[in-house]
Design a protein around this ligand. Structure first.
Ligand code: NDP
Ligand code: GDR
Length: 326
């Protein structure tokens, strides 16, 4: 039975990936931090067969212990401080977790692998935020990186460190440059979920309006369930490599609002949306659209959920949750 260790097991992607690997017959291990993580119960309920190990990406010894105890064939490094807006207010801790944390994880894998560094396959969760200021569209694996936030800069560090460990030690270390992917499990601080929750509550008369920041930025949004499949496919290849994972379509925040409100029967929604400078960013990533042709050719990967289906899925899930009183 193959085994895998997932960091970031309590997050959106960690949960979908754990479900996927369990379905495939893996022995799945997850790294969980904190003396009383409030999301431990959720993980234990959704994926009870996952073995949890205490550890923190900033604590190399805890990662080495997790590697020793899990002894995995595959490691998926999904743990990070992942909220871009938060990264300006907490730049040092973001650099520590999202940047240096990758180096800690690579070292833990390298030391555990011993004489055969390529025996453990490693996945790094790189991000389209690394592209930042638009250099070309669509963005591919060869597009110049120009990050626009402490989060983006930290991801660039982790990305190049992953490539460096592949080139220096022959590690099977791959990097997935994933564009935004969402789901009903998306954290409520991210714009898609913030909108789907608000629209659901507005439809039920529980909320009057929603306050947002920049409505004009554009993102390439896919469904998280599709994207964890791409992660797994990367680690099944003979050679490690870097891959863009995206839908190839781009939509604005306004487009998302429009579909979400229309889904509950409101066509004229402008008066329900307020803007507040509090939600504007010091530097914005204006336009993301990915070219995933390499992943299509080499991994046979394509997205299965359209943007409209994604918006409907998220609004419906939040209506059900609000009705259930969650
Ligand atoms: P989430 O924010 O949902 O999950 C982040 C995870 O990281 C949580 O499990 C969190 O655990 C964990 N974590 C945070 N700090 C630490 C730490 N110090 N030590 C160990 N674990 C820690 O992110 P997603 O699931 O959406 O994303 C997964 C990864 O993919 C992240 O690295 C993200 O940056 C990257 N990414 C995401 C994209 C997306 O659109 N979703 C796109 C591109 C990249 P805790 O419960 O303890 O807070
Ligand atoms: P992003 O996602 O920064 O792309 O990072 P987020 O949903 O936070 O922002 C997307 C865009 O929406 C605009 N926006 C708002 N964003 C939030 N969160 N809240 C608001 O009220 C709001 N109003 C407008 C933002 O300015 C931005 O342009 C996500 C994360 O998952 C990262 O970890 C990941 O690496 C990238 O996607 C790819």
């Amino acid at each position: 039975m193959p085994s895998a260790l997932i960091t970031g097991i309590t997050g959106q992607d960690g949960l979908y990936l754990a479900e996927l690997l369990l379905e495939k017959g893996y022995d799945v291990h997850g790294l969980i931090r904190g003396q009383n993580n409030p999301r431990r119960e959720l993980v234990e309920n959704l994926v009870p067969d996952v073995t949890l190990h205490n550890g923190d990406l900033t604590d190399l010894s805890s990662l080495m212990r997790a590697m020793r105890d899990a002894d995995p064939d595959e490691v998926y490094n999904l743990g990070a401080i992942s909220f871009v807006a938060y990264s300006w207010e907490n730049a040092f801790v973001t650099s520590d977790v999202t940047g240096m944390g990758v180096l800690n994880m690579l070292e833990a894998v390298r030391l555990h692998a011993g004489d055969d560094p390529s025996r453990i396959h490693f996945y790094q969760a790189s991000s389209s935020e690394m592209f930042g200021k638009v250099q070309e569209v669509p963005q591919s694996e060869s597009t110049l990186l120009w990050p626009r936030s402490p989060y983006g800069v930290s991801k660039v560090y982790g990305h190049y460190m992953t490539i460096n460990y592949r080139e220096s030690y022959g590690m099977h270390a791959s990097s997935g440059i994933l564009f935004n992917h969402e789901s009903p499990r998306r954290g409520p601080e991210f714009v898609t979920r913030k909108i789907s929750q608000a629209v659901a509550r507005i439809s039920l008369g529980l909320q009057d309006d929603i306050t947002l920041g920049n409505l004009d930025s554009r993102r390439d949004w896919g469904f998280a369930g599709d994207y964890v499949e791409a992660m797994w496919r990367m680690l099944q290849q003979d050679q490690a490599d870097d891959y863009v994972i995206a839908t190839g379509e781009t939509w604005s925040i306004r487009d998302y609002l429009d579909l979400a409100f229309r889904h509950i029967g409101i066509d004229d929604w402008a008066h329900l949306v307020k803007q507040d400078p509090r939600f504007m960013r010091p530097a914005e990533v204006e336009l993301l659209i990915g070219d995933a042709s390499k992943a299509k050719d080499r991994l046979g990967w394509t997205p299965t959920v359209s943007f409209a289906e994604l918006v409907a899925m998220m609004v419906d899930a939040d209506i059900a949750a609000a009705k259930a009183g969650w």
